[in-house]
Design a protein around this ligand. Structure first.
Ligand code: GLP
Length: 256
């Protein structure tokens, strides 16, 4: 893992945005895996401002709530169109987000996996992290080899996400999420985490043992994972000074 600690969420986001911008310039038909939640909002704002060419880009989102229509204001469909897609020149046919209203969830999930493969696999997957260490909606105890499927949200996640829905009771119990095995097949993973609430999950993911109890910890097995943090999210890392030194002293050819 490459741990990049910046003083603010804005600075950490800029590192991530530069990485994505470079990918889209070098590979105009790149396949991006995208995330929702409050964490990537700054990133999407910065990518919009960069005025990149999205015409040939294909995207696959990590997850969606089961039972929410695409038009529901809290659906991840609405989130993505509102916060990114409607501001860039992406082709609607190239956007893939799990369908929370599908009648046949297992069939839908198998098709989603096939579509990722048919697109050539994900070049870069953007990830946030839940306070319980989840990536996508792969809650603790998820199989580290899991594929796209239905999952049940933990009480903690429903509590964390209640702020978007007005009340905890309104947060759906189920979701469709790419599996951890699916995420691990991306050529590159880019995990973002900001603020003190993420510090514990980040410390466990980066410096703890690989365990299904902190699904993000499996990224230690991925050959190309960058973790972009602000100071608060990095606060519990024991080797923070080392990570800072490494990043600040990278040879020029190795820099983002
Ligand atoms: C959400 C999403 C995740 C996200 C995480 C953190 O529920 N399913 O993809 O990374 O939880 O959310 P936030 O960025 O709002 O803290």
């Amino acid at each position: 893992m490459e741990i990049i600690i910046q003083p603010t969420a804005e600075a950490a986001t800029s590192v991530a945005a530069r990485l994505i911008a470079r990918l889209l310039r070098e590979k105009p038909n790149a396949v991006l895996g995208l995330a929702t939640g409050s964490t990537p909002l700054l990133l999407y704002r910065e990518l919009i401002a960069l005025k990149l060419d999205w015409r040939k880009v294909t995207t696959f989102n990590l997850d969606e709530y089961v039972g929410l229509d695409a038009k529901h204001p809290q659906s991840y469909h609405s989130f993505m169109w509102e916060n990114l897609f409607r501001h860039v020149n992406i082709a609607k046919k190239n956007v893939h987000i799990p369908d929370g209203m599908t009648k046949d969830i297992p069939k839908f999930c198998a098709t989603y996996e096939k579509q990722i493969r048919a697109a050539g696999g994900i070049d870069l997957q953007v990830l946030g992290i839940g306070t319980d260490g989840h990536i996508g909606f792969n809650e603790p105890s998820s199989s580290l080899a899991s594929r796209t499927r239905i999952k049940t949200l933990t009480q903690q996640t429903r509590k964390d996400n209640a702020r978007f829905f007005g009340s905890e009771a309104a947060v759906p119990h189920h979701c469709i999420t790419m599996g951890i095995g699916t995420i691990m097949e991306a050529r590159q993973n880019l995990l973002l985490a900001f603020g003190p609430k993420k510090a514990r999950a980040i410390a466990a993911a980066v410096e703890g043992p690989i365990t299904a109890m902190n699904p993000a910890s499996v990224l230690q097995l991925h050959p190309v994972t960058k973790v972009c943090l602000d100071t608060a999210a990095a606060a519990r890392l024991k080797r923070a000074d080392y990570y800072r030194w490494v990043y600040e002293n990278k040879p020029e050819w190795q820099q983002i």
